[in-house]
Design a binder for this molecule. Structure first.
Ligand code: NAD
Length: 548
């Protein structure tokens, strides 16, 4: 047995985490100049994006280009695609690394990720932000809050929550010691991550690994340049070989093999509802083959509502809708995509809202004036173009702002707002994952009825916003919308949670609600074993009641 090093006589306290301060990137500021240089450097090269299995980093013959969505002729990298043999080797490497990794002291494991957080916010801050800007088309601000700040926050807060989980021990009494042994799961964890957040991509494998698991990680191919920076940071931080094995390529190919393996111990997924359901069904079809019941954690789609009361502050609502629906092109799971606004308020805000939205600059994210970059790829562009064209053709929809798309240089979709008279319209029920907001205007007196409609209209339950100054109305909204979301903002946009303060995840068709960046999420990746040590064992089988 190697690696079970208990060579420190003392416990370790994780530093109390603080949210990483967000840089402003004002034009001309030192941080903006430094990041601009890095954008130039990364944008001018075509990186190799390799597989990393059992500590071996290598390219494959089968590659796929990774491009910049706002300039799709620019090939940022060539991703090496895994074939079935790579997936099997990745599973074997994870299983081989499990014994030692799961027996390391927890502080030894979390220290790797605390070091990674320092690299994210220090040495690699520009690189991870530049990659996130170029690869996912995020602005300076959006890249900074995702790539640098939230990833570091997740790593630091999770290390802190991990300490709390291990500290939570049962009562011992005189003559009897009791322990709770929080074991990593028996087997390996498959982490399948989405394109839209660099931090989610890094966090899913890291969370499972922190708690003593070993992982096969399938990052989204569309954002592989950014996730490769994360992979290199974990390596530089000292992650042992085999703990996180990165296999790029076809999600179905990778998951078909990994989910059929009897050693599957868990699935950590973030992405669309449709794919998660497919993966869940696949797990169900193999249930007789597994050595243990796999833990299934999935954070999926959303159709997040902003519900405004007649007492709402009009300017706060305009700002919340603009930021909530259109930052990062509406490609946040938590983005606002439907709004319910009373007629008198709508009459006040319709024109200024439309004017503001039509003034937003869509373009190259390296330019400071840009508010929206491009959507992630041609499929997304065409999906949004189709939805906008269909809405334009319906009598029930009126175009309020935007409504045009263009994919010549980049996959651009103007921020678009429709007003609809149909409370069951497809634009109020379907997730399009882009800069498309639909407003249903209700009569001022129909507040409670409208809350009920907002609750029942979509199958999702991720985030919501309530705009009101009347406290009775706020309380009514919190009550009627109780099951409608896993996060609700009052007088704020539904997107933009902060680790340690508000955690994200939702229920209904939005996922298993395991609250990423919280103790709950870590708890899913341990399997407890209680140990009782009797310090004074009985030596006579007879109990007093026997009268002996
Ligand atoms: P996606 O479902 O297309 O892809 C997610 C991952 O699954 C990727 O790694 C992809 O390669 C893989 N994949 C795709 N098809 C697969 C298949 N058939 N079998 C196995 N794996 C497959 O999602 P996306 O486009 O990357 O991300 C957008 C979606 O993610 C949106 O629906 C959004 O709401 C959701 N999302 C949710 C949260 C949340 O916390 N609830 C956070 C981020 C994104």
């Amino acid at each position: 047995m190697t690696g079970a090093i208990h060579n420190i006589a003392g416990n370790f306290h994780v530093p109390t985490p603080e949210n990483e301060p967000v840089n402003d990137y004002r034009p001309g500021s030192p941080e903006a100049e430094s990041l601009a240089l890095e954008i130039k450097r990364i944008g001018g090269t075509t990186a190799s994006i390799p597989l990393s299995i059992g500590g071996e980093v290598f390219e494959t013959a089968d590659t796929q280009p990774v491009v910049s969505p706002h300039d799709h002729a620019r090939v940022l990298g060539q991703l090496s695609k895994a074939d079935p043999s790579h997936v099997r080797t990745a599973i074997d490497s994870a299983l081989a690394a499990r014994h030692d990794w799961s027996r390391r002291p927890w502080w030894d494991r979390v220290s790797v990720f605390l070091r990674a957080a320092e690299l994210v916010t220090g040495k690699y801050r520009d690189e991870i932000n530049a990659a996130t800007m170029l690869n996912q088309s995020k602005t300076y601000h959006q890249a900074e809050i995702d790539g640098a700040c939230e990833l570091a926050d997740l790593l630091r807060f999770n290390a802190h929550w991990a300490e709390g989980i291990y500290a939570n021990q049962p009562k011992s009494t005189q003559g009897e010691n009791n322990y709770l042994d929080q074991r990593g799961l028996e087997g390996f964890v498959l982490a399948v991550t989405p394109f839209n957040f660099t931090n989610i991509a890094g966090n899913l494998p890291a969370t499972a690994a922190m708690m003593g698991n070993t992982v096969v990680w399938k990052p989204a191919e569309k954002s592989a340049l950014s996730t490769d920076v994360v992979r290199r940071i974990f390596d530089e931080a000292g992650l042992p070989p085999g703990v996180i094995n990165t296999v790029h390529g076809d999600g179905k190919l990778v998951s078909d093999i990994a989910l059929a393996d009897p050693n599957l111990a868990g699935l950590a997924f973030t992405g669309s509802t449709q794919v998660f359901r497919q993966l869940w069904k696949k797990v169900a079809s193999h249930i007789d083959d597994y050595k243990t019941y796999p833990r299934l954690v999935g954070e999926t789609g959303g159709k997040n509502a902003v519900v405004a009361h007649v007492s709402a502050d009009p300017q706060a609502l305009i700002t919340g809708l603009t930021r909530g629906a259109f930052e990062f092109q509406g490609q946040k799971c938590s983005a606002a995509s439907r709004a319910y606004i009373p007629r008198s308020l709508w009459n006040k805000i319709k024109e200024p809202l439309a004017a503001q939205i039509d003034s937003l600059v869509v373009g190259d994210v390296a330019e400071h004036r840009t508010f929206l970059g491009a959507v992630i790829d041609e499929t997304a562009h065409d999906r949004l173009t189709g939805a906008i064209d269909k809405a334009k053709s319906l009598d029930s929809h009126t175009l309020i702002a935007g409504g045009t798309t263009n994919k010549e240089t980049g996959y651009f979709v103007r921020p678009t707002v429709f007003e609809t008279t149909d409370p069951t319209a497809f634009t109020l029920t379907t997730e399009f994952f882009g800069p498309l907001l639909t407003v249903f205007v209700y009569e001022d007196n129909d507040w409670i009825e409208t809350l009920k409609v907002a609750d029942k209209t979509s199958p999702y339950g991720l985030t919501a916003s309530v705009y009101a100054t009347d406290r009775t109305a706020i309380n009514q909204a919190l009550d009627v919308l109780r099951d409608a979301s896993g996060y609700v903002a009052i007088n704020d946009k539904p997107a933009g949670m902060s680790i340690g303060k508000q955690q994200f995840a939702g229920s209904r068709a939005s996922g298993t609600n395991d609250k990423i960046g919280s103790p709950l999420a870590l708890q899913r990746w341990v399997s407890g074993r209680f140990v009782k040590e009797n310090l004074n064992p009985d030596t006579d089988y007879r109990y007093p009641y026997l009268g002996a």
